[in-house]
Design a protein around this ligand. Structure first.
Ligand code: PMP
Length: 382
């Protein structure tokens, strides 16, 4: 029988490089490949599978929803979409409005468009940032290898050093529509800005009348032990964008605007066929309710600390950065690919966003035992 990986190479655009593993099943934090080998998933579909694979709450919510009302146009309204919007606003603890989409890139496109309705066009983003691969989101992304082949990109976007408030202050003017920042740069290798950076960015935006947009696609929905990472810094952004963990594995993104920014979109400003689809929103509701009901935010903080402490003692590791269950293991040498491959061989999925950084973004339900097993597996790698 031809393997799935071989079939892939005949039929799919060679966009991600040839995948090495074909998965056939997932349950909790464990994935099984086509040969029956099991892996503990420390990548969570890249910060996606908040509750792990096949979580009963998500399975039940999706099954019930698709069997009663699968899709309606956004010309009409369905309960899961409104209920999820209400819940997200309650978690944010502020009044605002939500527009749903299908991905992180789309959520950022919505924020980008919304910022144009301030009457300004200039945007400030950060070097190293990742905001998605659609043309607008790519224009915000601060990674030349991803953006350069596609220039010219839309918009008037300046990039400044991540974490540097004086550069930000110089770049933002009374012409600036928005500043977009990831609270922690995920794709860039889990890069954490200096304490006070978000508060400083808030002050600069307020002084210049620019919107502060926080891309919480990777950091949001409990990943760092808070519903939204910016809450850990007591900062109030004008807009946040979400996706990944929100949909419990289904495609779901959200752009949430607070205060006056919530009224910038008016009928006809924006739209999407599937955004706010009842099935995806039912999954989102199950994710958020389960995180709340099972006290997973505390669990994330606990297991995250356990991982950090255990990994920091390893002779190959310089230090560990990040928050909660979004961790970057910074190595003493640029050998992240070799170590990620060795861990994969040992049955643990991680990835290598930088030559010297291994990223962990496991399901939020990862157990203390599974965390210990990863630490032991790394001990076996020299
Ligand atoms: N923003 C951030 C911070 C991300 O990490 C990602 C995905 N890695 C995106 C946006 C884009 O999300 P999507 O792939 O769902 O378009």
């Amino acid at each position: 029988m031809t393997s799935l990986v071989d079939r892939w190479s005949q039929s799919m655009m060679n966009n991600y490089g040839t995948p090495q593993i074909a998965f056939v099943r997932g349950e909790g934090a464990v994935l099984t490949d086509e040969n029956g080998k099991e892996y503990v998933d420390f990548l969570g579909g890249i910060a996606v599978n908040a509750l792990g694979h096949a979580h009963p709450a998500v399975v039940e919510a999706v099954t019930q929803q698709i069997s009663s009302l699968g899709h309606v146009s956004n010309l009409y309204v369905a309960e899961p979409c409104v209920a999820l919007a209400e819940l997200l606003l309650a978690l944010a603890g502020r009044s605002g409005r939500v527009i749903f989409g299908n991905s992180g890139a789309e959520a950022n496109e919505a924020a980008f468009k919304l910022s144009r309705l301030t009457g300004r066009t200039h945007v400030v983003a950060t070097h190293g940032a990742f905001h998605g691969r659609t043309m607008g989101a790519l224009a915000l992304t601060g990674q030349p290898s991803k953006a350069d082949p596609f220039r010219p990109l839309p918009g008037d976007v300046s990039h400044v050093a991540f974490g540097d408030l004086s550069e930000l202050d110089d770049a933002v003017t009374s012409e600036t529509a928005m500043v977009i920042i990831e609270p922690i740069q995920g794709e860039n290798g889990v890069v954490v800005p200096p304490a006070g950076y978000l508060a400083g960015a808030r002050e600069i935006c307020t002084r210049n009348g620019a919107l502060l947009v926080l891309d919480e696609v990777q950091t949001g929905i409990g990943r760092t032990g808070h519903w939204f990472h910016h809450q850990s810094e007591g900062v109030e952004p004008d807009v946040i964008t979400l996706a990944k963990g929100l949909g419990g594995g289904l495609p779901l993104g959200a752009c949430i605007a607070f205060g006056p920014a919530a009224d910038l979109f008016t009928p006809g400003s924006h739209g999407t066929t599937f955004g706010g689809n009842p099935v995806a929103c039912a999954a989102g509701l199950a994710v958020v309710r389960t995180i709340a009901g099972e006290g997973l935010l505390d669990h994330v903080k606990r297991v995250g600390e356990q991982l950090r402490r255990g990994l920091e003692n390893h002779p190959l590791v310089d230090h560990v950065r990040g928050a909660g269950l979004l961790l970057g293991i910074v190595l003493r040498a640029p050998e992240s690919k070799r170590i990620a491959a060795a861990l994969q061989e040992a049955g643990f999925l991680v990835n290598a966003p930088q030559p010297d950084v291994i990223r962990l973004a496991p399901p939020l339900i990862i157990s203390a035992e599974q965390a210990d097993a990863l630490i032991t597996a790394l001990d076996g790698v020299r």
